[in-house]
Structures are given as C-alpha cells and as structure tokens.
Design a protein around this ligand. Structure first.
Ligand SMILES: [Zn+2]
Length: 241
C-alpha cells in the first residue's frame, strides 16, 4: 500500500474498527529505536567520578547498570575517558592559593578548577570495573594536553582543537548519538551540544547520567542542551527488542 493510500485508508476507519484492522505497532508509543547508524556514547564512567574517586559525582556509580542494560540496543558504542597529565591546567593544585571549584582564566577563557583527577595511567582514571561494554568499538581519551581541558568528547575547551570523534563517527556513517555517563552538567552536556554542532542528532538519556551541580549547573545545562536541539529521554524510552 502506498503511503497516500494508507492515509486515506486510515482516515476511513472508525475508532471501533481501528484496533482490529491495524497490525500491532512495532514499538510502544514514544519508544526510540536506535538504528544501525546510531551510536551510544558513554562519557567518563571512570573511578575518579564515582564514590571513592578523586572527583566523585554524587551517585555516579548508579549509571553503570543502566548503561550496561541499554548497551544491548546499540550496534555502535564509543567510550570516553578523561585522561589528564599530572599538573594539568584544570587542577586547582597547579595554581598556588587556588582551591577546587574556584575558577581561573586561561588563554581560552574561564576554567573551573578541579581536584586532581583522572591522571593518566592511574587506577583512578580506569573505567569503572562493573561497566560491561564488550562490544564498544572506540575509547577516546580527552584532556590529555597539559594546558587545555576537554569536557566535550568532540572538541577541547579551547574550542579549536578537535578530538577527532566527529570525523570518526562520520566516516562510519553515524547520524545519531545517544549520550550517557558523567557528569550531566559538564562532559555529558558539552558532548551532546557539540554533537549537534557537528551535525548529529543527539539524545541524552537522563537516568544514565548524574550531575555535579555547581550553583544550579544541572538545570542550566538542560536548558542549554534543549536550546541546541538535544533531546532528553529516559532509558525506559529506548526500545530494547
Ligand atoms: Zn577532567
């Protein structure tokens, strides 16, 4: 049946006849089915960002079972890892007299200063041991230049240096990304917004993220993401079949 025939056919149905005449829909209402050209991006689910780590996000570890579960719906999975040098420009300890969560101005603009975290090669920087993503195809590391931070998986904080992720995804024909991980208001939000900037459709799966929330930064991030066309969904919205 051609689409226009189908429409007029549907229009001609009465409400009573509708359920009997139509085949069952493949998906429940509102479900999102990741396609072959979709990728799951799992941002910074590392020891540093969960309870016991150097920059713990409250309840950060709770994203692990959610991400493990939804990963089965994706053919393509990319993992990111915050991966800093010792003495990194984003560390408060690099600046005498500065404390974590204060800010400073670097060449590329304002920088929040963090406790030392995710130092290259340390156990703190390792992926969470319970993250089970055997089908993941790429681990992209970011923030590895001593003088530049990188919240986004796509572009470093100087807004000039690319991580190469957009090129990789495009070369593989990926059109849509689903972003999960830590933290909602920093690396997840920047990754999702940069995905939009690079031309991808972008979803953030809210219950597969947790935020740091400095002065209302989680609410602000959702607002900014919405303005860039990032869609906010829950893991239950993903069609798993
Ligand atoms: Zn970092």
């Amino acid at each position: 049946m051609k689409p226009q025939d189908r429409r007029s056919f549907l229009n001609s149905l009465t409400l009573v006849g509708l359920s009997a005449a139509l085949p069952l829909p493949a998906l429940a209402a509102g479900k999102v089915k990741p396609a072959a050209n979709s990728a799951l991006i799992v941002v910074d689910v590392q020891n540093c960002f969960v309870t016991g780590g150097t920059l713990p996000v409250a309840k950060g570890e709770e994203v692990v079972p959610v991400i493990n579960k939804i990963s089965a719906a994706f053919e393509n999975i990319v993992i990111t890892q915050d991966w800093h040098t010792p003495g990194h420009a984003s560390f408060a300890t690099t600046y005498p007299g500065k404390k974590p969560f204060e800010t400073t101005t670097l060449k590329y603009g304002m920088q929040v200063l963090w406790p030392d975290h995710c130092v290259q090669g340390t156990d703190d920087a390792a992926l969470h041991k319970d993250l089970k993503l055997p089908t993941a195809q790429l681990i992209i590391r970011k923030g590895f230049r001593k003088g530049v931070d990188s919240y986004s998986a796509f572009e470093e904080a100087d807004r000039k240096t690319t991580t190469g992720l957009a090129g990789y995804l495009k070369a593989r024909g990926i059109k849509t990304v689903f972003v999960t991980g830590l933290a909602t208001d920093f690396c997840v939000a920047w990754t999702a917004m940069d995905a939009r900037k690079a031309g991808f459709e972008a979803y953030v799966i809210e219950d597969a993220t947790r935020g740091i929330d400095l002065n209302g930064s989680v609410a602000a991030a959702w607002k900014q993401m919405a303005a860039k066309g990032v869609r906010r969904i829950q893991s239950g919205d993903i069609a798993m079949a």
